[in-house]
Design a protein around this ligand. Structure first.
Ligand code: TXA
Ligand code: MG
Length: 324
C-alpha cells in the first residue's frame, strides 16, 4: 500500500482535501491526522474491521482500548447510555480540548474499540482539521496516537511517516501539534472519578469544576482498570535517565564514559511538553545511547510530563509502580 500524504491548512482546512480523507474513513481505511495533543491514527469507530486494522498496523496489544473522537456533542447520545452532570460540566468547560472522558457505552460501540470493557473513552479534539474530518466522515473516529506501539507519540507528520509509511491509506500533514503530549483521561464511571492518565488539563482544574477526585495514592490501586497503563510507553531506543540536579551529569558521564549521551534542557514546562517526544526521536536518529533529562515538579502540568518521563525511562521492574 502507498500512503498518500496531503498538506492541509490547519487554520482554514481546504474542504476538498478534507472530503477526500473523510471518504477513506467512510470506506474503512486508515487516516493519520493532527490533533492539538499528538497525531492520531483514525478509522471509522463504528466499523470493527476498520478498527482492527489500527491494532494491526500499530502492533498495539489487543487489551488497550481506543478513544472515540467526536466533533459535536450530539454524537455522544448514541455512544453512551447517559451523560451524567459531572460529564456535562467538564464538556462545557474543556471541549473541544485535551480531555478524554470515560462513560458507560451503548451497544453501538464495538467491543473492538473498548477491548471488551463496558465503558468508552470519548474526546472532542481542539484542532480544525480533526473536527472537519470527523464532521465529513459522519462517524466517531477511533484514534490512538499514530505511532508504532511503544514508540514516542508523533507531534508532526514526519514522525508518523517514520513509523507508519505505506501501512496506512493517508497521512494529513497539518504541521506541529501545539501541546505535544496526550490528553488527560478521566474515568467518570466511578465515584469519585479518577484521572487515569494526566495531561494538559490538570487534576486541580477538573476539581474546580466537579469537586474532589480520587486521590493519587488510591489511584495506584485501581490502575488496572486502564489497561494501557501497564505497558511501557513513549520510549526512545536510547536509555532515558531522569536527574534531580544538573550536578548529577558529571557522575553519569563518568559511569557511561563509552556511551553517547544527549542532555535535554528546557526553559519551561510548555516548551518541554511540546518538544519532548520530538527530541526523543531526534536523539534516536543521531544514535545517542543515553538521554538525560532533569525532572520537573510533579505538580499540575508537571505531573503529566513526569508521567511520560517515568514511562520512557521505566524498566520492567519499576514500570508497575508508575501511575502518576
Ligand atoms: O491526546 C490523545 O488522547 C491522543 C489523540 C490522538 O487524541 N490519543 C491517544 O490515544 O493518546 P492512545 O490510544 O494512545 O491512548 C488512549 C489511552 C490509553 O491509555 C487507553 O488505555 C486509555 O486511553 N483508554 C481508552 N479507552 C479506555 C477505556 N474504555 N477504559 C479505560 N481506559 C481507556
Ligand atoms: Mg499512544
Amino acid at each position: 500500500m502507498k500512503t498518500k500524504i496531503i498538506k492541509i491548512n490547519f487554520k482554514n482546512p481546504e474542504t476538498s482535501k478534507i472530503k477526500e480523507a473523510a471518504n477513506i474513513i467512510k470506506k474503512g481505511g486508515l487516516v493519520a491526522f493532527p490533533t492539538e495533543t499528538v497525531y492520531g491514527l483514525g478509522a471509522n469507530g463504528l466499523d470493527k474491521k476498520a478498527v482492527k486494522k489500527i491494532f494491526l498496523v500499530k502492533g498495539r496489544p489487543q487489551d488497550n482500548p481506543l478513544i472515540l473522537h467526536i466533533s459535536e456533542i450530539k454524537q455522544m447520545h448514541s455512544l453512551v447510555n447517559e451523560i451524567p452532570n459531572n460529564a456535562k460540566k467538564l464538556i462545557k468547560k474543556f471541549w473541544p480540548g485535551p480531555l478524554t472522558i470515560i462513560l458507560k457505552k451503548t451497544k453501538i460501540v464495538p467491543g473492538m474499540v473498548t477491548c471488551g470493557l463496558d465503558a468508552v473513552a470519548i474526546r472532542m479534539p481542539d484542532n480544525k482539521i480533526a473536527l472537519e474530518l470527523i464532521k465529513y466522515a459522519g462517524v466517531p473516529i477511533a484514534a490512538p496516537s499514530a505511532n508504532i506501539s511503544g514508540r514516542p507519540s508523533p507531534t508532526n507528520a514526519k514522525h508518523v511517516a517514520e513509523d507508519l509509511m505505506d501501512n496506512i491509506d493517508m497521512l494529513i500533514d497539518g504541521g506541529n501539534t501545539t501541546i505535544g503530549i496526550e490528553s488527560t483521561v478521566i474515568d467518570l464511571t466511578q465515584n469519585p472519578p479518577v484521572i487515569l492518565r494526566p495531561g494538559k488539563i490538570t487534576q486541580k482544574q477538573i476539581e474546580k469544576i466537579i469537586g474532589k477526585l480520587q486521590d493519587k495514592k488510591e489511584e495506584r490501586i485501581i490502575i488496572p482498570k486502564c489497561p494501557g497503563m501497564k505497558y511501557k510507553h513513549y520510549s526512545p531506543k536510547a536509555k532515558v535517565i531522569i536527574i534531580k540536579d544538573r550536578k548529577e551529569i558529571k557522575k553519569i558521564c563518568k559511569k557511561y564514559s563509552e556511551k553517547k549521551i544527549k542532555q535535554l534542557n528546557y526553559t519551561d514546562k510548555i516548551k518541554m511538553a511540546k518538544n519532548l517526544f520530538k527530541d526523543f526521536r531526534e536523539a534516536d536518529k543521531k544514535g545517542y545511547d543515553i538521554i538525560v533529562v532533569k525532572e520537573v515538579e510533579d505538580k499540575g502540568f508537571g505531573c503529566a510530563i513526569m508521567n511520560r518521563l517515568r514511562k520512557a525511562s521505566s524498566t520492567k521492574e519499576n514500570s508497575k509502580d508508575d501511575t502518576c
